[in-house]
Design a protein around this ligand. Structure first.
Ligand code: HPA
Length: 243
């Protein structure tokens, strides 16, 4: 079953007809919220609010391991994760969607593997291409058929937060090759890989990264973009579910 993870601005999918809510406790503890099972354009899908419902968990407080294991236990066979990001390069103007194809992880101190028991087999998952190709291709086809502004590919830099970056940090990330910056892509993406679940990310650019505009980044500015942008994401995901 296709599952969606909603980030900032997507705590609930208004177009989802809720059929069930699975309160799942995993060996890593509680996920951010119950896994919602519902119908989107007539298709059965799962939905999880990454930051809880209501949105209370900061990026470093999210129990990513419990979230991903709960989705697997609820029957997720593919995951599309939506998130709000800052834009760094010209392929990521404010308001556009990015379908990243790479990740650089700058987070620290997060529980970032499911294999933490000495009794577990020693597994080093391949993560050369962190997103699932077939799932990305399907999303690409859906985006190409829409009139939304979007980019195919880009490198997602995952920062620790919850503060935004300094201008120097964003400049360094640009030199490293990052196109967008967010706080939740890791360890979520690698946990999906460890679980063997195809995973792709759909990122909405909600502000220029630090130092990329002449003004300070305000929550008001971000929320204004999120409002319309996430409504578009909801619509697109519904169409995607019924493809
Ligand atoms: N930096 C990190 N995470 C973000 C940003 C940003 O500028 N905007 C939205 N999420």
């Amino acid at each position: 079953m296709l599952a969606f993870i909603g980030g900032t601005g997507l705590t609930r999918m208004d177009n989802l007809r809720i059929v069930d809510k699975h309160a799942i406790t995993t060996r890593f503890g509680e996920p951010s919220a119950p896994v919602v099972e519902g119908e989107l354009d007539g298709q059965r899908v799962l939905f999880l609010a990454r930051h809880g419902d209501p949105h209370v968990l900061l990026p470093h407080q999210v129990n990513y391991r419990a979230n991903m294991v709960a989705l697997k236990e609820a029957g997720a066979t593919a995951i599309v994760a939506a998130n709000a990001v800052g834009g760094i390069t010209t392929l990521a103007p404010t308001g556009a969607l990015v379908l990243p194809d790479q990740i650089i992880d700058y987070t620290w101190g997060r529980e970032s593997t499911l294999f933490d028991d000495p009794a577990d087999p020693l597994v080093h998952v391949d993560f050369s291409w962190p997103f699932d190709t077939a799932l990305r291709d399907a999303l690409k086809a859906r985006l190409a058929a829409s009139d939304l502004k979007w980019s195919d590919g880009g490198c997602y830099g995952a920062t620790q937060g919850p503060r935004l970056e300094t201008a120097a940090e964003i400049a360094r990330m640009e030199r490293d090759g990052c196109d967008i910056v967010g706080m939740t892509g890791m360890p979520e993406a690698v946990l999906a890989r460890e679980l063997g679940i195809p995973y792709a990310m759909l990122s909405l650019v909600v502000n220029p990264g630090a130092g990329k505009s002449t003004h300070e980044i305000t929550m008001e500015e971000i929320e204004a973009v999120i409002h319309d942008g996430m409504a578009n994401v909801c619509q697109l995901l519904a169409e995607f579910a019924s493809d």
